[in-house]
Design a protein around this ligand. Structure first.
Ligand SMILES: [Zn+2]
Ligand SMILES: [Zn+2]
Length: 266
């Protein structure tokens, strides 16, 4: 039995402060490997340190960057930290970067500026990019389209768009990653998107501690819950669970340019 990868979780989040090591051991018991994601310079330092931890090195990787929610905080200092961390071992991508007009925690114009600067950084350092886009598709396309094909790789994390937007991202050569919200009974549009993504561009994630899938919806999400989302997608795509694990784990290794991704025996 192949094992799944959680390609996006926020293990540095305060929701895990009381039992982070237990959550991580459960994850490493069940999954092949996982990717922890920072959302500002401080969190990026934490996730890079997790990826550098010798006892779990090679099974925990990090993504560093400034989330659109935190765009207002993105000064030269923060950007410099992200750029420096991108050269650290175990740091596999820039992210999550993008636009979030749903919450709009940072002003839209600032979000666009910070996305632009981080896209320039991604091209300069040739890093794969993990994108967050919520209710901002038009502006997102306007900013990302011109550089999309020059990126080493693009990953649409926690995909929330319709099938047409998915096709547009696929045309750029991007991967599409689904989180627990694809399992919600009312997520029909999202499920239509999940049905059209070619299997070799499909990724699975938890976005822990957010968006726990059915049937653990409403609880704090953790990486092992990726198996619920995986079961759902396997049935939607009419494919064996084992095969889906093999394909999506291989995709994740390719997307993040991990030369020899760990194949942990079940
Ligand atoms: Zn996100
Ligand atoms: Zn996230």
């Amino acid at each position: 039995m192949a094992r799944f990868v959680d390609s996006h979780c926020h293990l540095q989040h305060e929701a895990f402060n009381r039992d982070r090591q237990d959550v991580l051991s459960r994850a490493l018991d069940q999954l092949a490997w996982l990717v922890v994601v920072g959302d500002d310079a401080g969190a990026s330092l934490s996730v890079a340190a997790m990826a550098a931890e010798p006892s779990t090195a090679g099974r925990v990787f990090a993504i560093v960057g400034i989330h659109p929610h935190n765009a207002s905080k993105a000064d030269d200092d923060q950007m410099g930290t992200v750029r420096r961390l991108l050269g650290e071992p175990g740091v596999v991508a820039l992210g999550e970067i993008g636009l979030d007009y749903h919450y709009e925690y940072s002003p839209r114009a600032v979000q666009r500026d910070v996305l632009r600067s981080q896209l320039e950084m991604a091209v300069e350092v040739h890093a794969p990019v993990v994108f967050h886009c919520r209710e901002a598709e038009d502006d997102f396309i306007g900013l990302v389209e011109p550089v999309a094909r020059s990126l080493k790789a693009g990953i649409m994390h926690c995909f929330g768009g319709d099938a047409a937007f998915a096709r547009g991202c696929l045309d750029w050569g991007f991967y599409i990653s689904f989180a627990g919200n694809v399992t919600f009974p009312k997520a029909k549009v999202l499920q239509e998107s999940a049905a059209v993504v070619p299997l070799d561009r499909l990724l699975i994630e938890t976005d822990s501690p957010f968006l726990a899938p059915q049937p653990v919806r409403g609880q704090r999400c953790e990486p092992v819950y990726v198996l619920h989302t995986a079961r759902y997608l396997a049935s939607l795509r009419n494919i064996e669970l084992d095969k889906l694990a093999e394909i999506t784990s291989e995709n994740a290794g390719r997307a993040f340019s991990i030369p020899d991704p760990p194949h942990v025996p079940a």
